[in-house]
Design a protein around this ligand. Structure first.
Ligand SMILES: Cc1ncc(COP(=O)(O)O)c(C=O)c1O
Length: 377
């Protein structure tokens, strides 16, 4: 068969176009867009506005310029482990109270590393039913038993842990759930500690958002890290950079360095992005009081307009209909705002996801939220 870019009759590819047509018909087709940069961004996960902070960018450039190389060049297990990585890991350990730290290329790779490597044959993996797609995907690679507990339901988790036999139990949850914006129940820590389960907490959306120090759900719930706790944080959201890290016991980190394929067989994280993330953490330390005051103001605004009590900075508005959610996104665009229109299969029913970024002008935000509330009806 001739492979011809123009040919519409290439049957191997037409399979894909049929599937795409079905997605279009169901209003579930996705595409990338280069949005007008003049739009006010209420869609990205840049909660604190650090992605537009060029002071930290310049400092990161300076830090990397002082190094012999600006690229990791190889896996961390070859010679890709860079002084910039090492310094950042030490900083994270010092701030968080965990025994050991490890940088990873992205949050997706970090979840793949944790979920694919930690559960062994006789173990059991129990995921919150709303856990991120990266963990769900990794769980399909396992030979051990995989279970799901009802979203954020500590009693159900306890019941599953008590009613199964296993060598070791590994539980995976999120600090703030990425789509619903709701917070991890503190009781889940208690259940895992009592049942001696390893607990993986994905803090992708809670680092830089929760706690007086903005370090995430551990600080928010006043949890002192224990040997069974594992914290994963991403750098491409509130920290305005790219990449991720895992904080855990020395035993877990050493095991991952020897077993996690997404770490061993991948180039080490970008040196510049880690330097930038390090500067972002330092900036959060300096500006935490300012951020806390702005966050309080955002919470008050959402309470006033939508009568919703927010803890994080994700406002979820349930819509249900995928066509309507797209129409509301178009309405927001006309008003000069970019908001998230999230449809199945990412969520069960279509929602608007509005991120109350702290660097957006409060008055502009208020005016828009009032109009959006009216448009939602
Ligand atoms: C909860 C959660 N975990 C993990 C990831 C993956 O992180 P990253 O974008 O750094 O790959 C994301 C986001 O994309 C996420 O929302």
């Amino acid at each position: 068969m001739q492979w011809d870019w123009e040919s519409k009759s290439c049957s191997r590819l037409s399979m894909y176009s049929q599937e795409l047509k079905a997605l279009q018909k169901a209003n579930l087709y996705r595409s990338r867009e280069l949005y007008d940069t003049k739009l006010t961004d209420l869609a990205s996960n840049d909660y604190l506005g650090l992605a537009e902070d060029f002071e930290i960018f310049d400092k990161a450039v300076e830090a990397v310029r002082n190094c012999r190389s600006h690229s990791p060049k190889a896996s961390q297990l070859v010679n890709g482990y860079h002084d910039i990585h090492f310094q950042f890991e030490n900083y994270l350990k010092w701030r968080s109270g965990f025994e050991e730290a490890m940088v990873v290329g992205s949050g997706f790779l970090a979840n793949l590393s944790l979920i694919e490597a930690l559960p062994r044959k006789k173990d059991i993996l129990i995921l919150d039913e709303e856990y991120h797609a990266s963990g769900m995907l990794a769980s399909k690679l396992l030979s051990c038993e995989v279970l799901f507990f009802r979203h954020n339901d500590a009693a159900h988790l306890r019941q599953l842990l008590q009613s199964h036999t296993y060598q070791r139990a590994i539980v995976a949850v999120e600090g703030i759930y990425s789509m619903g914006g709701d917070l991890l129940e503190k009781e889940i820590f208690t259940v895992c500690d009592e049942m001696k389960a390893l607990l993986i907490v994905d803090e992708a959306h809670s680092v830089g958002v929760l706690g007086d120090d903005f370090l995430g759900i551990f600080s928010y719930h006043d949890i002192i890290p224990k040997p069974n706790h594992i914290k994963m944080g991403t750098l491409g959201k509130a920290m305005g950079s790219y990449g991720a890290y895992i904080l855990a016991s020395d035993a877990v980190i050493t095991f991952l360095l020897n077993r996690a394929k997404a770490v061993i067989y991948a180039t080490a994280p970008s040196v510049f992005d880690i330097a930038l993330a390090h500067q972002a953490f330092l900036q959060v330390e300096v500006k935490k009081d300012l951020f806390a005051a702005k966050k309080e103001a955002r919470k008050a605004l959402v309470k006033e307009i939508f009568d919703v009590d927010l803890e994080g900075l994700i406002l979820k508005i349930e819509i249900g209909d995928s066509a309507k959610v797209m129409a509301l996104k178009a309405f927001a665009l006309k008003e000069g705002f970019l908001i998230g229109a999230i449809r199945p299969p990412t969520v069960k029913k279509a929602i608007l996801r509005v991120i109350l970024r702290l660097n957006v002008d409060e008055k502009r935000l208020r005016d828009f939220l009032i109009k959006l509330k009216e448009a939602v009806g």
